[in-house]
Design a protein around this ligand. Structure first.
Ligand SMILES: *Cc1c(COP(=O)(O)O)cnc(C)c1O
Length: 228
């Protein structure tokens, strides 16, 4: 059952932004050093538009096709929107992804890196890339293993010339995320990458304490996804 009366984008955004600022300040960080990526998957373009109206400009989607249905029209109206792909990218969707997204956070295998490089050259468009790291080494989850991260990052940059700017992780559901956040931060630092995408609705303040520059927040902004 839709409950649009319960969707209060201005309040939700203000609340999340205040908590981001407080978490940043608590770690002696500039609140401006943390980018809020509003994860709009499953929510309609009307909700995205409401959040844009409240001042949000950076959005995340986990499926290329779903983003293609929502964002071209919104981007045409708001030239300053920044759209992040945060879900797994199949090689047959690379062309569409390079055309639509401004940031691709889920680069995680050599074949995908090669396809992205080819398509970026073809389209003359270079979305910034994050390498996704499977910090929990979960078999079902996307991302390179931590032990392979350094070599893969070098391959992306040196072999394929990809504009890799950071790393991203999704910690296991049932584990304390702090260890994963600390590990991801370390991988970023030793590879000279400035951006670290980690933290979701349940743990973005912890992620900020551990150095997140990008937090991906869906539920706390848009409400529950279960009603579709
Ligand atoms: C859905 C999703 C999020 C947002 O999760 P919430 O718990 O709703 O904030 C963040 N990152 C990724 C990769 C996601 O798929």
């Amino acid at each position: 059952m839709p409950d649009d009366a319960a969707f209060t984008p201005v309040d939700n955004l203000a609340r999340v932004r205040a908590r981001i600022a407080a978490a940043a300040s608590a770690g002696s960080r500039d609140p401006g050093s943390v980018t809020l990526v509003a994860v709009s998957k499953t929510h309609g373009a009307d909700r995205v538009a409401a959040l844009i109206g409240a001042g949000q400009r950076v959005f995340g989607e986990n499926r290329v096709q779903e983003a293609e249905a929502k964002f071209p029209a919104l981007k045409a109206m708001h030239a300053d929107l920044e759209l992040h792909l945060i879900g797994p990218l199949q090689t047959n969707k690379v062309r569409d992804a390079v055309g639509l997204f401004d940031v691709i956070e889920s680069v995680d295998r050599p074949k995908l890196a090669a396809e992205l490089a080819k398509e970026m050259a073809r389209q003359n468009r270079r979305p910034a890339c994050f390498v996704q790291v499977n910090t929990g080494e979960e078999p079902q989850k996307a991302g390179v293993l931590p032990a392979e991260a350094d070599a893969f990052i070098r391959t992306c940059i040196d072999t394929h010339g990809l504009p890799v700017v950071g790393v991203m992780c999704i910690p296991p559901q049932d584990e304390e995320p702090a260890l994963h956040f600390a590990l991801l931060r370390k991988i970023a630092e030793r590879n000279g990458l400035a951006r670290v995408s980690m933290g979701m609705s349940a743990d973005y303040e912890t992620a900020i304490r551990f150095g997140a520059t990008h937090v991906r927040v869906g539920t706390a902004l848009f409400g529950d996804r279960s009603k579709g």
